[in-house]
Design a protein around this ligand. Structure first.
Ligand SMILES: NC(=O)C1=CN([C@@H]2O[C@H](COP(=O)(O)OP(=O)(O)OC[C@H]3O[C@@H](n4cnc5c(N)ncnc54)[C@H](O)[C@@H]3O)[C@@H](O)[C@H]2O)C=CC1
Ligand SMILES: C[N+](C)(C)CC(=O)CC(=O)[O-]
Length: 491
């Protein structure tokens, strides 16, 4: 049976919650007095529909139904989850919670999105405190997994269990906070960093952009994959956390922050932290952790690279520089001798290209050959500027032969021979090598198309002439072994 959630307060956070529930198949009933609320929630939903399904490689459940209601009573009646996301003011939260409790099921979980109020503050004067807890999300709620679940001693254990099960079923990570505290766990960090940043800007030490760059080119990416303590465990070298604390313990007394109220760094505190860190990650050697850290950092920066954003944009700029240095940005017109196959890819096999068989995954061969084709297109003048004018090539057929294995770290080169290049037709033969060892061949037939009509058409005169120049030169080369071969044919 379809489950129902009620969202009370449909702003930035309520909209994110609505999307999280709806896209996981729940019906969602919304109350918000703002006449613009429906439009804003529809916009949040559009964003979520675009982004959220990309988190998993399986289809999401059929979307639930969203309805808008003119009273809290109507919205919450019969709902098994009620998420309060009204403004961060205790008086408004108290009034809202009272109206919710006057109409909702006693079995329903009432989660509050509050960024900083303690659950006992929210429960103050409530008719049924046992069903109220903090369920503090992170923006955007439809993508960020963390939810801080903060019960007070008055919250029913059964409601907390149900809340954690529900949040897990929505793909979230419910982190139960052991002891209620203002601003829970994560917002205490955010506040510390935010307040420190305000000082740095006020004192003219850094601009907002410099602070953001310090985070996104540096510790932000480290924290994103390992958190704080595991990052410092790896920073302690082979001796781990204990060594890290011994080295940086004295710095706690130095004015490295405005937060100078620091706990005494006693042997007991060192033992507590080192012990917890061992319990957390002692099952891995520091060497293992360094490898995991590096894999994660490379994968994350490659994801940013695909978006050409932040640290990824920096890597792309660096790549362009390396490309230019190695002559890999030359055009056919700049190359005096095109009689031999042209180098279209010269790169290292990255860590995330290998698979469960311990070698380069078959999909990545197509990636490398696709990159080789893109580069060859660029060499003959079919570059980004040309494509923006509405012409490009579509691949019509591909045949890849896997000849030998490639492993992470191998330097591979793709050499490209033109088997035919005439008018709109382009028939390419790619050979992938590690030094002189042939790893794979790729045979690709492409047609030049109009990106407007999506139909084949002739390329520009510049492309025709560059392609024909290479095709004529390569016609003198022997026909490559394996060209035109059918799948399964004996060598
Ligand atoms: N914006 C953020 O980054 C985060 C905010 N939160 C928390 O989420 C809660 C909501 O914050 P936002 O969504 O950012 O605020 P918001 O201002 O975007 O949305 C609040 C919504 O509540 C509605 N509202 C006002 N009075 C109401 C009432 N009596 N009954 C029902 N709806 C009412 C408003 O019309 C508005 O649509 C706050 O407790 C906040 O601390 C939590 C995590 C992150
Ligand atoms: C700024 N903030 C306190 C509202 C932030 C949060 O509560 C969590 C978030 O999404 O950063």
């Amino acid at each position: 049976m379809t489950k129902t959630a009620a969202i009370v307060g449909g702003g930035v956070i309520g909209g994110g919650w609505a999307a999280r529930f709806l896209l996981n198949g729940w019906d969602v009933r919304v109350f918000d007095p703002d006449p613009e609320a429906q439009r804003k929630m529809d916009e949040a939903l559009t964003n979520a529909r675009r982004a959220m399904p990309g988190l998993v490689d399986v289809a999401m459940p059929a979307e639930g139904v969203m309805s808008f209601h003119t009273t809290i009573e109507d919205a919450v009646t019969g709902a098994e989850w009620i998420q309060e996301s009204v403004p961060e003011r205790l008086d408004i939260k108290h009034k809202t919670l009272a109206e919710i409790q006057a109409a909702c099921l006693a079995s329903a979980v009432i989660g509050s999105s509050t960024s900083g109020f303690k659950p006992s503050e929210l429960q103050d004067g409530a008719a049924n405190p046992g069903q109220i807890m903090v369920c503090h999300p992170f923006n955007p709620v439809y993508l960020m997994p963390l939810i801080e679940v903060v019960p007070s001693p008055a919250t029913n254990a059964a409601h907390v269990t149900k809340a954690k099960e529900t949040l897990t079923s929505l793909g979230m990570y419910p982190l139960q906070v052991r002891k209620e505290i203002d601003a829970h766990i994560a917002d205490r960090f955010l506040e510390a960093v935010w307040r420190e940043a305000l000082w740095l800007v006020k004192d003219g030490v850094a601009t907002t952009e410099e602070i953001d760059n310090a985070i996104r080119y540096g510790f932000g990416i480290r924290w994103a994959q390992m958190g704080l303590f595991d990052t410092y465990r790896t920073a302690g070298g082979e001796a781990g956390m204990r060594h890290f604390m011994a080295q940086f313990g004295p710095a706690l007394k130095w004015p490295w922050t405005k937060l100078m109220d620091v706990p005494e760094f006693t042997d007991e505190l060192v033992d507590l932290i080192a012990g917890q860190s061992d319990a957390q990650s002692g099952h891995m050697s520091i060497a293992d952790m360094l490898r995991i850290r590096d894999n994660n950092l490379v994968a994350m920066m490659r994801a940013l690279k695909a978006q050409d954003f932040g640290a990824g944009a920096l890597m792309n700029a660096h790549e362009q520089h390396l490309r230019a240095q190695s002559g890999l940005d030359a055009r056919v017109a700049d190359i005096a001798d095109v009689s031999q196959p042209l180098v279209t890819v010269h790169r290292t096999v990255p860590l995330d290209w290998t698979d469960y068989n311990g070698h380069m995954n078959e999909a990545k061969y197509l990636q490398a050959f696709g990159d080789a084709t893109d580069r060859f297109m660029e060499m003959i003048g079919c570059d980004a500027a040309y494509i923006a004018t509405g012409g490009s090539y579509f691949t019509a057929e591909t045949h890849i032969r896997h000849v030998d294995e490639a492993h992470a770290g191998a330097v591979i080169e793709v050499r490209t021979q033109v088997l035919m290049g005439q008018g709109k037709k382009m028939h390419l033969w790619h050979e992938m090598y590690e030094a002189d060892r042939l790893l794979a061949t790729g045979e690709h037939f492409l047609l030049h198309v109009s990106l407007e009509s999506r139909k084949p058409c002739d390329p520009s005169a510049e492309i025709v002439s560059a392609l024909e120049r290479v095709a004529v030169a390569h016609a003198a080369l022997p026909s490559p072994q394996g060209a035109g071969r059918a799948v399964g044919q004996r060598p």
